[in-house]
Design a protein around this ligand. Sequence first.
Ligand code: SF4
Ligand code: SF4
Length: 358
Amino acid sequence: MKKEICKIETLKDNKRMSTQDLLQLIATKIDEGYTNFDINACGQHNIGGSSWAKNRDKELIFNVKNPGQRVGAMALPGTKILVEGSAPADVGWLNSGAKIIVYGDCGDTAAHCAAGGKIFVSGRVGTRSGALMKHDPKFELPEFWVLKNAGSFGFEFMGGGIAVICGYECDGLLSVLGSRSCVGMVGGTIYVRGPVSEISDCVCINSLNDEDIQFLSSGMIEFLKDIKKDALYSELTKWSDWKKIIPINPVLRKNKISVSDFRKEHWVNGGIFGDFIQDDFVVYDLPAVGNGRVRVPKWNGKNCVDCKICLNNCPQSAITIEDNLYKSDKDKCIGCSICSAVCPKNCWEMISNRKEIT
Ligand code: SF4
Ligand code: SF4
């Protein structure tokens, strides 16, 4: 196991190393036994993601300057990524167990789809951050801690994990979660300090209980230590300043409305293209058969070798053979395009349902 740090300079003689070359170089160095990297990047993507140390007892450490998008994407347990300064979009996308610390702000969609590990940010995060965070009970909860605030549309469709938005230096903001946050949130918890407005009505805002305070008290020590802001502990642990956002159980949700009524009453007045077309607000069941399909398969048997792969893979048993011609039954077919994808001879073409079906 190499003890020294592997320093990688990605700009030489005004030539920038490609993302692929950088990631391959990192993989080679890991194979040689390096575990500690110091990377002076110029916007290369995915740094620190999906790498195991050769000896898995050893932690992989990446110190990164000037990363591109998706720093720490799909990063694995046993990985620590420290970003000096700010980072662009998708920090920790689908983080799967790494600790990622950003000593600055993050662009949009930080912690998007995060499923494990910890993401610590010592500044602000952009729009749609925390969206689709999730938790598989087989693994530890993902955590996403932000010292300041999050942009709009955050935590959409969050399904699990914990986010902590500390609202530091956010005086004057109407909402430390921007607007339209938590739409479609079905799981997880967001702890927030500071004002919150224009939040989705599928969540509720509660006071903290003892368990919440215990979690935040110990987590805050680690977070502030890692972002080198220990001095803020007493300011950020006045628990009366905090709230907890959780989803409302859909079964208990009042005022349930149909998708059609939602579009009529809550969506853009007259429909999203209301200025141009009259919307009948009909919502089709999915998947549709018959004329409800958007695209339908059309068979051209010129090259057909009669292997029956399409027939055997159709999930609807919609394909039949008559007089050596393959047909798809429009009352069974859901337009999934599997026949077209599996045919080795490109005999099935998915066409618009407005054209005649053969
Ligand atoms: S589009 Fe899907 S459902 Fe329709 S015939 Fe092909 S495989 Fe079957
Ligand atoms: S998969 Fe293609 S080549 Fe095979 S039977 Fe179906 S249409 Fe013919």
